[in-house]
Design a protein around this ligand. Structure first.
Ligand code: AMP
Length: 285
């Protein structure tokens, strides 16, 4: 496995592979890798000739300084895990490599989706996501990119960035289902920040999503949402949102027609740790 810290070196490597007619798969991450990240990498390895994984804790997508400071960093074990799954190349840039001191800041016109859910509770988050993804896609020039359904709204934002950027339009985006613990808890780098007692409570988020899916009927959705919010509050969670939304636009839904594809979304604090998860409730087919 090759390790690159400089974008020019990675670009030379990728260009040489492309000249050989090989396809490039790319998996952007912020490290503290778990089996969810490795599932993305494995899918890329299965579908592409060359797989590049980036590890970069992107400061511009953190709206909370404390969250950025305590974000877990486990580089040694990350590299071991990627080597074990036969990843071809890892990009491990420092801050200046991605954000040169005299660089300009681009603004991305993302529309209403940026004002909803994660966008609402983490102002500026998706601008930061687009800034780093734009730079990374430009450096790697991938054929396929792999993102996790766990960050569903992020997937929709990246899809928008791809469709709005002529240089990226050829990129095929693959969305990989959420990897979970046996108890249902979505794997997340932030899970390692949970205290032991909180770890036992954390699967309640997935249980709430499953409850919504089982009890969702056409008509008003308020009752099922109120029930799940109360259940989370009773366990000590502080929910930012418990919502049902149109799975294509992410517009919140209060009255379901029974056929529109919908998704349940939850974000909640457990102690100091903010957890998010989602479950698609139905599909159009
Ligand atoms: P992060 O390191 O949190 O920025 O995540 C990097 C990529 O891994 C993103 O596309 C995430 O959606 C994806 N990811 C994170 N957790 C999971 C999971 N539990 N299952 C599948 N993909 C995940």
């Amino acid at each position: 496995m090759r390790l690159f810290r400089k974008k020019a070196d990675l670009q030379n490597y990728v260009q040489a592979k492309r000249n050989q007619g090989l396809t490039i798969g790319f998996v952007p991450t912020m490290g503290a890798l778990h089996s969810g990240h490795l599932k993305l990498a494995s899918q890329s390895i299965a579908m592409c000739d060359v797989t590049v994984v980036s590890i970069f804790v992107n400061p511009t997508q953190f709206n909370n300084k404390n969250d950025l400071e305590k974000y877990p960093r486990t580089i040694e074990s990350d590299l071991e895990k990627l080597s074990d799954v036969d990843c071809d190349a890892v990009f491990l840039p420092n801050l200046e490599e991605i954000y040169p001191p005299n660089g300009t800041t681009k603004y991305y016109a993302l529309g209403e989706i940026e004002t909803l859910f994660e966008g609402k509770y983490r102002p500026g988050h998706f601008q930061g996501v687009c800034q780093v993804i734009d730079k990374l896609f430009f450096i790697v020039e991938p054929d396929k990119v792999f993102f996790g359904q766990k960050d569903y709204q992020q997937c929709m934002i990246v899809r928008k960035l791809i469709s709005q950027t002529p240089d990226f339009r050829h990129i095929d985006m693959q969305i990989v289902p959420t990897e979970r613990e046996e108890n249902g808890l979505a794997k997340s780098s932030r899970n390692m920040l949970l205290q032991d007692e909180e770890k036992k409570l954390a699967p309640a988020i997935y249980e709430a999503l499953v409850y919504i899916k089982a009890n969702m009927k056409p008509g008003k959705v308020n009752e099922v949402l109120q029930h799940t919010t109360n259940a989370l509050l009773a366990k000590g969670f502080k929910p930012d949102y418990v919502a049902i939304a149109n799975a294509d636009t992410l517009e919140p839904i209060s009255d379901w027609d029974g056929s529109t594809p919908v998704i349940a979304l939850i974000a909640a604090f457990l102690g100091n740790v903010r957890l998010i998860d989602n479950l698609i409730l139905n599909t159009s087919s």
